[in-house]
Design a protein around this ligand. Sequence first.
Ligand code: NOJ
Length: 719
Amino acid sequence: MTDQFLNDLLKKMTTEEKVAQLMQLATPFFKGASNSGEITGPMVNMNITDELVENTGSVLGAWGAAEIKAIQERHLKDNRLGIPLLMMADVIHGYRTIFPVPLAIGSSWDLELAEKSAQIAAKEAAVAGIHVTFAPMVDLVRDPRWGRVMESTGEDPYLNGEFARVQVRGFQGKNLKDDMEALAACVKHFAAYGAAEGGRDYNTVNMSERDLREYYLPAYKAALDAGSEMVMTAFNTVDGIPATGNKKLMRDLLREEWGFDGVLISDWGAVKEMIPHGIAANEKEAAEKAIKAGLDIEMMTTTYASHLKELIEEGKVDGSLLNEAVMRILELKDKLGLFENPYRGADEEREKELLLSEEHRNTAKELAAKSCVLLKNEHVLPLKKEQKVALVGPFAEGKDILGPWSFLGSTDEAITVKAGMEQKLGEKVKVAKGSDIEAGEGTDLEQAINIANEADVIVLALGEASEMSGEAGSRTNIKLPDAQLKLVEEISKLGKPTVAVLFNGRPLDLQGVIDKTDAVLEAWFPGTEGGAAIADLLYGDVNPSGKLTMSFPQNVGQVPVYYNHFNTGRPKGAPDAQIRYVSQYLDSPNSPLFPFGYGLSYTTYAYDQFSLSANTLHAGETLTAQVNVTNTGKVAGDEIVQLYIQDKVGEVVRPLKELKGFEKIHLGPGESKTVEFTITEEQLRYHHADLSLTSDPGEFTVYVGPSSAEVQEQTFELV
Ligand code: NOJ
């Protein structure tokens, strides 16, 4: 449509109609449910009139072509100006075909496949009538107590930015207007939601603006540079002000500095939450703060609907703010082609063809296999088909492997470990649960020990229930539940080769598992094809290649523990260090159990001939780092070659290492490849004390290697 069309439309709208465009309600309201019926949470006891529903701008969580068409059709009949609804939903790691959770996708370091998975998720959701997905979530995460770490790709700003970019591209395709099988993306949660104090969900975030800009903001920026149409605010405070009422974040940074002109939406109920946060005395003040700060859509509360008109009439809010917000929403509807075709994409026939298609399942299987990380392997994996296996544990036949936010994914459609192994072996596998996920009593521990006793090798399938992570899934104990630790203990007493396969949404404290088993495969929540991918890995049909993107702590007391930390003034292990008065724990090492970038393979790789093209770098020029990587083992594999840089002396303290590049390469047995990285002055810039983004001349160390902790180094000087 033309700008003229949108301007005319805006002119025709009454203030009430405009205000209602800014409201987002969940699906039940569009099915005639009263707000006392199916609705819980912040919407209870709100006065949602039929008129308000008729004028609402967007719907949260509707799905299915038939249902969405029906909602839209009814709405267009009721809506005076025929403005179509925007349909938004949380399509996070798949719609019906469920891919591994994002933290697992991060572990694949496979940008191409991550993009493809977002594309498939978009396709399935778009033909089911959805227009916008509340993804990607790109919050930087350092604290595994926080249940939502599984929604992020990890602890590194650069890597998160790379995944943000490809996910947005995957969801949005090339052109939303022409591509009916693409979705608009909504990057979230702006900003720094991942830094909730103590890992407790919705908790305070306290950090300097420099840290915010240096570590937390880059991934959101990357998503916006890739064209994300929307941004969702976070629940938390940033520098004492809830993100949803934070003018500095929204108007000053997003709009002014970054030039973002898309739609800003609150998180669920977050406008009204400014009251308990303590920066608004009542809903009217909350509405005033949110609109002034720059928020367009209010999700699931009605402070705008109830108070914006009055605020404008009283002269407290400038009417132009309302007009601008409405225009952004109309523009998004136009970009999606909704004025021409309000039923965009929704197609029951395509739904039947596409949802959970073989092609989609195959991609889910490939990505699941690439997302698993082999943490330990003492000569037990890969298994041999002729070995007698006992499969033990709550996840042996457990179907809760899709993980949180698995939209229409059905656990019944998920391939369990047992099913995956049986498909491969063509025969029944001996199985016993041995323990529930949390409770051990009354389960068949004896049976588990019996089958384990008769086996050559034991596979323990262990983990967290999906509701133990995800939103509101914070925990102070990040070990496996006691019942499962007891099962591991009992099985380990048999002294047989034992492999643990772990299903979980966060880095765990693995004491009691890592020390009692011979091999550990971190499978995360691997999605619909999880069991099939795991069987491929266990039997060596696929060689594990995943590497961690979030450090695994030795124990919860070390948290937060992350690779790109500072040295401190009293680093442990320095040549002149004292014994006691250094930065350390008396009862634990400083280093994590498994660091960022770590993961094993069934082959081995040698890194040699690491060199730099010069020992100085001038601004505007480039340096090349080269390393030769050889597969020194007997099987082919994918290796993730990592490049880190350290700025030796900065104006402010710089991290010991920062990821600046990586490349995933395939090497046959005996094969070598030379991997090249280009280093530029831009990569050396950081936020100085005055927040300027510049580099400092001086010495830099370049590291390459298979993980953040196993590296070779070279130095150069920036002149
Ligand atoms: C709350 C979550 O924080 C957010 O990530 C999600 O998109 C919304 N609810 C909508 O479901």
